[in-house]
Design a binder for this molecule. Structure first.
Ligand code: IPM
Ligand code: MG
Length: 361
């Protein structure tokens, strides 16, 4: 069997802590399922700034281009807050997404029944919740030019960005979302702001035109403000949501909280060939870095997504997801998902518990 190359980018703050646990789980899955995975490491974000003076150095990018999949922890933190805006750790994340053309960001928000009481919504509103947010990741206002901060004639400064999407950019992300809906409940909601923004008038038109290719999928459209409201009012009405980069950033954080903790949510960012980068939806949490309390489950579940989408090892993916469920059944909780009567554990103990629960079938 040819080897499957995984590049690990631990990143900053809690990044290396959660990554250590995810790698433990990946290595155990590698042994159990004989996956022939080889690991390499590189820097991204603040770690790369410290070593190379830039957040996405060529050394990391060239390794990323040869990898079958990339596993990322989290980047950023106050240590790098005061450096040039172009060199901030977040720029490294945006740069690698863009350089690898990882346009399709899949962010599943799944409610583990064991965590129904950790959600800020009433348990009956969220129990059984299973939403997939498909976020466009390399276009829209995040990348649109022109952008910047300029000085106006009257001497004051003006900040500006450009929100734009062309037809092929809309089409490829919509296709990914329609395809995802086909293997789920066949409901797709496209989120835009077409009552105000022309870029999303076109978005709505292109998505609507594509519906003829997917007659089985029930397509609906929603303005983003309403979608934000519906997500906290009646989240189970959604199956797959497709939207642009900025709206997807915001709605996926909202959807994450429905499930109890953003510490549970994995994500996949895919290119047109299914090569992908996998990362937890949460950030680098500088406030708890080094304390050994961060929840590693989102990163461990990102390993499962990586095995499913890029490494074509669906049995190993299911085994990891089952192991996580089994650990939650046994009452283990990190502080972010802890409720009365449960056993509070730290990052390493949670990782060890998942490794111990991993079974061949
Ligand atoms: C995310 C993050 C990033 C984004 C930041 C860190 C640049 O919030 O992955 O959701 O806005 O895409
Ligand atoms: Mg975000």
């Amino acid at each position: 069997m040819t080897s499957r190359k995984v590049l690990v980018l631990p990143g900053d703050n809690i990044g290396p802590e959660i990554m250590q646990e995810a790698v433990k789980v990946l290595q155990r899955a590698n042994e159990l399922f004989d996956l022939n995975i080889s690991l390499d490491y590189a820097e991204l974000g603040g770690a790369a700034i410290d070593l190379y003076g830039e957040p996405c150095p060529e050394a990391s990018l060239s390794k990323a281009k040869y990898a079958d999949a990339i596993l990322l922890g989290a980047v950023g933190g106050p240590k790098w807050d005061n450096i040039d805006r172009q060199l901030r750790p977040e720029k490294g994340l945006l740069a690698i997404r863009s350089a690898l053309d990882l346009f399709g960001n899949l962010r599943p928000a799944i409610m583990y029944p064991q965590l129904a009481h950790a959600s800020s919504l009433k348990p009956d509103l969220v129990s059984g919740l299973d939403i997939l947010i498909v976020r466009e990741l390399v276009g829209g206002i995040y990348f649109g030019e022109p952008r910047g901060i300029r000085v106006l004639e009257d001497g004051q400064r003006e900040g500006y960005n450009t929100y734009k999407y062309n037809e092929s950019e809309i089409e490829r992300i919509a296709r990914m979302a329609f395809e995802a809906a086909m293997v789920r409940d066949k409901k797709l909601c496209s989120v835009d702001k077409s009552n105000v923004l022309e870029a999303t008038v076109l978005w709505r038109e292109v998505v609507s035109d594509m519906a003829v290719d997917y007659p089985e999928v029930e397509l609906s459209h929603m303005y983003v403000d309403n979608a934000a409201m519906q997500l906290v009012k009646e989240p189970k009405q959604f199956d797959v949501i497709v939207t642009g980069n900025m709206f997807g950033d915001i709605l996926s954080d909202t959807a994450a909280m429905l499930t109890g903790s953003i510490g549970m949510l994995p994500s996949a960012s895919l290119d047109k060939n299914g090569v992908g980068m996998y990362e937890p939806c949460h950030g680098s949490a500088p406030d708890i870095a080094g304390l050994g309390v961060a929840n590693p489950l989102a990163t461990i579940l990102s390993v499962a997504m990586m095995l499913r989408y890029s490494l074509k090892a669906p049995e190993a993916a299911v085994a990891i997801e089952n192991a996580v469920s089994c650990v939650l059944d046994s009452g283990f909780r990190t502080s972010d998902i802890h409720t009365e009567g449960m056993t509070m554990v730290g990052t390493v103990a949670m990782g060890d518990a998942v490794v111990a629960a991993l079974r061949l079938s």
